[in-house]
Design a protein around this ligand. Structure first.
Ligand code: DAH
Length: 397
């Protein structure tokens, strides 16, 4: 996850406070192609990505992603009837200000890099997290809300990473009356309620699992935590959360309040809960997948149907200084689409004399739905080789 401790930024570089903007008109629906693939020199969005937009898996009641969303809604509704306002159709194109600045992501944070984020133009992105909607929803006056949506990240390719996935953001604001009544400090109340709410959620979804809290770092919360559950013999991270940075609340809500926030990935929860082994399955139209799940049913477990054979293609090249693995994956996806199961670097070495580095990548092709022919794979691999050389400016070996 791009916002975690590994990328802990230098706090002294934090950007200046986001000032309070006038409420923006809230757009919904599928973006038009021209809104996504613009002529801007900063645009790094491919047709493959555009084609994924508007699928709204989280709004399909009998799709695993929609089932998980509804189960979380049901949980919060039972815990605090009528409290949380739900949004699941926020427009996925947001300003860099909403996506980063307003949630205090530092100016030099890696998540802002065009290697990690899809830019529509220099100041507009495909949201890379639902936290992009925190500030505007607070400004609209909401004190408790859940925002679910598709989010977009440039990343590696394997069974758990896909450039589009779904997140849910939760926020709850408390006022003085709340902490006075509880006899706690504002932060204590927020932290206590947050942990109780999320442990309850984990048990609602996964049964009577053991939970543990890990200290974490996110730009938007302090203190910050990750929740882990002990499920099928392993500790699994299920979400990130914390007490909202006071500045976000002060700048976008009213002074004198305290809040908690969390963000969770619906695919991750669905893969764990329903035993789904490959994230691409969520995008499959195959009835053998879709028919295994039903609205409201958290007990379904995916029964694998015959896997079609995989085809492996290796490709070695001398990398250039600008080379990035995310760019390679983006290019391979734009050619092979969902037939690409995994891209891994299987070998790398540096020539001592020339100082040049060679990487060997293995591309695994496999369809979820049918057998692939040799001709088809060879044709794809030829195109990949040609474009890798031309577009990524590397020298094939
Ligand atoms: N936005 C974070 C991510 O995408 C997830 C997250 C963590 C959201 C902590 C939150 C939070 O609201 O408090 O990795």
């Amino acid at each position: 996850m791009a916002f975690k401790s590994a990328s802990r930024p230098n706090r002294s570089h934090a950007i200046s406070p986001a000032c309070v903007a006038a409420p923006v008109e809230l757009k919904t629906g599928k973006p038009r192609r021209e809104e996504v693939i613009t002529g801007s020199p900063d645009n790094n969005i491919t047709d493959y990505i555009y084609e994924k937009m508007g699928a709204d898996l989280h709004r399909q009641a009998d799709h695993p992603i929609g089932i998980i969303k509804q189960a979380i809604y049901d949980y919060f509704e039972a815990r605090n009837p009528g409290l949380f306002v739900k949004f699941d159709d926020r427009f996925p194109i947001v300003s860099t200000r909403a996506n980063f600045d307003e949630v205090l992501v530092p100016a030099d944070h890696i998540s802002r890099s065009p290697n990690d984020t899809y830019y529509v133009d220099a100041s507009t992105v495909l949201r890379c997290h639902t936290s992009a909607h925190q500030a505007e929803t607070l400004r609209a006056g909401h004190a408790a809300f859940l925002v679910t949506g598709d989010v977009y990240r440039r990343d590696s390719i394997d069974a758990t990473h896909y450039p589009v996935f779904h997140q849910m953001e939760g926020v709850r604001v408390f006022s003085e009356a709340d902490w006075t009544a509880a006899g706690l400090s504002p932060t204590q109340l927020a932290e206590q309620d947050l942990k109780a709410a999320l442990e309850g959620l984990a048990k609602h979804l996964f049964g009577d699992v053991e939970c543990r809290w890990i200290d974490a770092y996110f730009p938007f919360t302090d203190p910050s935590f990750e929740l882990e559950i002990f499920f099928k013999g392993k500790w699994l991270e299920v979400l990130g959360c914390g007490v909202m940075e006071q500045r976000i609340l002060d700048d976008n809500y009213k002074p004198g309040h305290k809040a908690w926030a969390f963000g969770l990935g619906l695919e991750r929860l669905a893969m764990v809960l329903f035993d789904v082994p490959d994230i691409r399955l969520f995008w499959s139209n195959d009835d053998r997948f879709l028919k295994q799940f039903g609205a409201g049913d958290l007990t379904a477990r995916f029964k694998p149907y015959s896997k079609f054979p995989a085809c492996y293609k290796d490709m070695a090249f001398w990398v250039s200084p600008e080379f990035s693995e995310n760019n390679l994956c983006e290019l391979v996806r734009s050619i092979g689409g969902d037939l690409v199961e995994e891209v891994t670097c299987i070998d790398t070495f540096t020539n001592k004399k020339t100082g040049r580095t060679s990487n060997c990548y293995r591309i695994v092709y496999r369809s979820m739905e049918r057998s692939l022919t040799d001709e088809e794979i060879n044709a794809l691999q030829e195109r990949v080789r040609k474009e890798v050389a031309e577009v990524l400016k590397v020298e094939l070996r």
